[in-house]
Design a protein around this ligand. Structure first.
Ligand SMILES: NC(=O)c1ccc[n+]([C@@H]2O[C@H](COP(=O)([O-])OP(=O)(O)OC[C@H]3O[C@@H](n4cnc5c(N)ncnc54)[C@H](O)[C@@H]3O)[C@@H](O)[C@H]2O)c1
Length: 259
């Protein structure tokens, strides 16, 4: 059975724990690390689970095959190299941290040397399978539009407006907690410099909407996701947590469906 440890028990991490508790996901949770220790303790009591509460990264990785990061880009920068060096694979939700090429290549080299893997779930978007296939031919353009309520973007409530338009790379720096999806789309497709991103703040919507338009040598495709935000964190779409669970199932189950 897959033995996982989790960094971050906020919205995504706590949903993962609940899914293990309710046997939606068949795996063992060994340890959980969160800078808010009281939050982990409270969750462990409420769920009546037996995982360890790790105080540092060494305690977290002990006896685990895979660590799930569901915390922040800082956590990815701080812990990833050590986790991979220890021989544990790593699932990353805060994908924006990987757009730093030097950092990404360093982690990739560790994966090759230590025979471990980094897993990046599709998160709040669909269509990653199409991008991965199309890039084997030639992708001419990828443009992405994200619409969110100003509350989810940490912006003052005002009229509907474009708050960012440019490369995905710059957009991820400006809105690090909101456009992890742009990082995932860029990595699966044509990179952060060539992927175009527009972010719209719209006080009249409550959904998180992502539209992706891809032109490639043998056609085009459009994907529109209209996601309801999680109750606990309006920045995070509920489907992102489900996507992490779907990927863990894919790793642990005998049959894989989809590219
Ligand atoms: N890939 C995607 O499509 C996608 C979608 C939604 C969210 N995300 C990202 O996933 C991450 C988790 O999202 P969430 O909604 O669960 O967030 P959240 O704010 O609800 O929870 C994050 C938890 O991590 C803890 N934490 C943060 N930094 C830490 C650190 N350095 N060390 C230890 N603990 C730390 C916090 O105390 C908190 O309990 C965020 O970075 C978010 O941007 C990715």
């Amino acid at each position: 059975m897959l033995k996982i440890s989790i960094i971050g028990c906020g919205n995504i991490g706590s949903f993962l724990l609940k899914s293990v508790k309710n046997k939606i996901l068949e795996c063992e949770v060994v340890s959980v690390l969160d800078k808010d220790v009281e939050r982990v303790e409270k969750l462990r009591r409420e769920l009546n689970m037996k995982f360890n509460i790790a105080r540092n990264i060494n305690e977290l990785i002990k006896n685990s095959n895979l660590v799930v990061e569901a915390a922040s880009q800082d956590a990815v920068r701080e812990y990833s190299a050590e986790i991979l060096e220890s021989g544990c694979s790593l699932m990353i939700m805060s994908v924006g941290a990987l757009v730093d090429n030097e950092f990404f290549n360093r982690l990739r080299d560790i994966c090759i040397r230590r025979n471990v893997k980094i897993y990046i779930p599709s998160g709040a978007v669909a269509g990653i399978d199409g991008l991965k296939a199309a890039r084997l031919s030639r992708i001419n353009s990828v443009s992405m539009t994200t619409r969110k309520n100003p509350r989810a973007l940490n912006l003052p409530d005002s009229s509907k407006k474009i708050v960012y338009e440019g490369s995905a790379g710059e957009g991820i720096k400006k809105f690090p907690e909101n456009v992890n999806v742009a990082a995932t789309v860029s990595m699966a497709g044509i990179g952060i410099e060539n992927t175009k991103l527009r972010i719209i703040s719209d006080p009249e919507i409550n959904d998180n909407v992502h539209e992706i338009h891809v032109y490639w040598d043998f056609g085009e495709f459009k994907i529109k996701m209209k996601n309801l935000p999680s109750k606990e964190n309006p920045k995070t779409s509920f489907i992102a947590a489900l996507s992490a669970i779907a990927m863990l199932k894919r790793i642990s189950e005998p049959v894989e469906i989809g590219t």
